[in-house]
Design a protein around this ligand. Structure first.
Ligand code: P1T
Length: 379
């Protein structure tokens, strides 16, 4: 089955009791048993829910994986993965990554004895130097948030595989339509389903897809034992969002490419970070690893002045200034004060994230209107 057909049909069957073509929202906390232990496979809704089951199976199919497991948010999914490790275990993560991911690693799990090292993995050979006998996991985003750096998943997997190190790829920015990390050698794929999967800025959710049965069992145990499960209404919304994922992503990519090209020739713009530009350091890798360049980009203004960046962000009429990404509407974000504020300023600066960086989540409106909005805001 090809992607669009899988997005609409994989794991989805008409409702067995009524034939409803749309998966019902099983809004229930418990299930009636005929006799103690004699039931229809469902006992309590933290443990199992039919709406959630359908979504999990659909997501597994989209990522070409065996198991899909959903959580209450992207960070709840990250939390579940980090709980697979023990004090003393070392984790190497990309140095450009979502601020909340950095925060849960350093402010929560480091307190419990996990050790983290943040490395620029856009050169995969830097990883070899960072690995120690205690390294248990490598965590990458590609493209990264917010600098859109590319990491070579297959090259990293070649380094992690022989030592049995788990390779986790946060595939939120690409979505499964553009990239399937498991096919490239990753062990675990994680998503903030809040973003492109949901696609309509109306729900918060996380998802994990993987092939290994034993790790899947542990993650499903954590899902139930720790309880960070998504509600059935949210599962329905993400399932509905996924039905148009392929169509939305095509327009996100088209619009973002046009905007990146517009910004690149703008005399007041000094840098544009978008893998679809031939000048991007990872353009050739993106062509190999992804099926399109995505809807996210970031840019810098000539002069690097905060007052000028603020003026631009306040001047948008179509773009909305807000955290998050991946919805149908275009958003503008200021990473230094919003999504990445939990990373200390000196760490951000060291990694190349300037206080003046502006990030765009390019929506699926008409590209001409978006470009006109940028033109009037930048001036
Ligand atoms: O917000 P939540 O569903 O918990 O997902 C966290 C998360 C994980 N991974 C990546 C790459 C992300 O971008 C996020 C959330 N990011 C934003 C809210 C943002 O605006 O960047």
């Amino acid at each position: 089955m090809n992607f669009g057909t899988k997005a609409i049909h994989a794991g989805v069957e008409p409702d067995p009791t009524t034939g409803a073509i749309m998966t019902p929202i099983y809004q229930t906390s418990t299930y009636v048993q005929e006799s103690p232990g004699k039931h229809k496979g469902y006992e309590y809704a933290r443990t199992q829910n039919p709406t959630r089951d359908v979504l999990q199976n659909n997501l597994a199919a989209l990522e070409n994986g065996k198991h899909g497991i959903c959580y209450a948010s992207g960070l709840a999914a990250t939390d579940a993965i980090l709980k697979l490790f023990r004090p003393g275990d070392e984790i190497i993560a990309s140095n450009d990554l979502y601020g909340g991911t950095y925060r849960i690693m350093v402010r929560v799990f480091q307190e419990f004895g996990l050790k983290f090292r943040f490395v620029d993995l856009s050169d995969a050979s830097a990883l070899e130097e960072a690995i120690t006998p205690n390294t248990k996991m490598v965590w990458i985003e590609t493209p990264t948030n917010p600098l859109l750096r590319l990491v070579d998943i297959a090259a990293v997997a070649n380094i992690t595989k022989p030592g049995g190190i788990q390779l986790v790829v946060d595939n939120t920015f690409a979505s499964p339509y553009l990239q399937n990390p498991l096919d490239l050698g990753a062990d675990i794929v994680v998503h903030s389903a809040t973003k492109y999967l949901g696609g309509h800025s109306d729900t918060v959710m996380g998802a994990i897809v993987l092939n290994d049965d034993e790790t899947a069992q542990k993650l499903a145990f954590i899902q139930n034992a720790c309880g960070a499960v998504p509600g059935p209404q949210d599962c329905f919304l993400v399932l509905r969002g996924i039905k148009t994922l392929h169509v939305r992503m095509q327009r996100h990519c088209e619009n973002a490419q046009k905007i990146a090209e517009y910004l690149q020739q703008h005399p007041k713009v000094s840098a544009v970070h978008y893998p679809g530009l031939p000048t991007h350091h990872g353009h050739d890798l993106a062509k190999r690893q992804m099926r399109g360049f995505g809807g996210m980009l970031s840019f810098e203004l000539v002069g690097d002045r905060m007052d000028e960046a603020t003026r631009v962000m306040e001047s948008f009429e179509v773009f909305s200034l807000a955290e998050s990404l991946g919805g149908v509407e275009s958003l503008c974000t200021h990473p230094a004060s919003m999504t990445h504020a939990s990373i200390p300023a000196d760490e951000r600066h060291k990694n190349g994230l300037k206080d003046t960086l502006i990030r765009l989540s390019v929506g699926i409106e008409d590209a001409d209107d978006l470009i006109q909005d940028l033109a009037q805001a930048i001036g």
